[in-house]
Design a protein around this ligand. Structure first.
Ligand code: MN3
Length: 207
C-alpha cells in the first residue's frame, strides 16, 4: 500500500513564499486523498507492490476500469512526492554542478530557462503542472501536463516540478498565479534537483 511520504521540513518552513496553511492543507488533505484513492483503485492487484514510478511507466497495463483512477491519484501521489522534495527552506538561488551545466547547455542561460519554465507554468489552462524532465534521449525538456498526468506516462523523467493547481496557491495569492510562480523560485532545493538529475541519468544507462 502507498503511504504519504515524510515531509522533511515544517509547514511554515517555506514562508513567506508558500504559507503554512497552504502547505498543511496541501500535504495532509490533498496529497493524502491521492494516496487513499490510489490504494482503493489498485487494492488486490499486482500494482500495489510496485513503486509508483513503475506503475505510471506501465500505465497501459492497468486494467481499463482502474486506469483513469491510477492516472489521477497515482499521478497525484508521484507528482506531490517529487514536489515536496524539490522545495526546502534556504532554497532558491542558482543551481550548481552538473544540473547547472546542463541547463546552460540546453537553454543557453539560467535566465532563459527560468523564462521558458515560467511561460510553461502560465500556459497551463486550469489545473496542471510545469516540469523540467529528462527525455528518452537523455536531454532536458520543459513540458506541462494537465490535471495530475505524470510525465512518466510519456517516457519523460521529471526532475523538477511546479504545481499550478489553484489549491497550491489560492489562499495566499488568489488568482495571481504569476506572483506564486515568481515566489516559488525562492524555495527550490537545487541540491535535490541535481540528485534527481543524476539518478535519471543513471537509470537511463542501466537500460
Ligand atoms: Mn497539489
Amino acid at each position: 500500500m502507498f503511504k504519504l511520504p515524510k515531509l522533511h521540513y515544517s509547514f511554515d518552513a517555506l514562508e513567506p513564499y508558500i504559507d503554512a496553511k497552504t502547505m498543511e492543507i496541501h500535504y495532509t488533505k490533498h496529497h493524502q486523498t491521492y494516496v487513499d484513492k490510489l490504494n482503493e483503485a489498485i487494492k488486490g492487484t499486482e500494482f500495489e507492490k510496485m513503486e509508483i514510478e513503475e506503475v505510471l511507466k506501465n500505465i497501459n497495463k492497468i486494467p481499463q476500469d482502474k486506469k483513469q483512477a491510477v492516472i489521477n491519484h497515482g499521478g497525484g501521489h508521484a507528482n506531490h512526492s517529487l514536489f515536496w522534495e524539490i522545495m526546502g527552506p534556504k532554497g532558491g538561488g542558482l543551481p550548481k554542478g552538473k544540473i547547472a551545466e546542463e541547463i546552460k547547455k540546453t537553454f543557453e542561460s539560467f535566465e532563459n530557462f527560468k523564462k521558458q519554465f515560467t511561460d510553461a507554468a502560465l500556459k497551463v489552462f486550469g489545473s496542471g503542472w510545469a516540469w523540467l524532465a529528462i527525455n528518452s534521449k537523455g536531454k532536458l525538456e520543459i513540458i506541462f501536463t494537465k490535471n495530475q498526468d505524470s510525465p512518466l506516462m510519456n517516457n519523460l523523467n521529471p526532475i523538477l516540478g511546479l504545481d499550478v493547481w489553484e489549491h497550491a496557491y489560492y489562499l495566499k495569492y488568489q488568482n495571481k498565479r504569476v506572483e506564486y510562480i515568481a515566489s516559488w523560485w525562492n524555495v527550490i532545493n537545487w541540491e535535490k534537483v541535481e540528485e534527481n538529475f543524476k539518478d535519471a541519468k543513471n537509470n537511463k544507462k542501466r537500460k
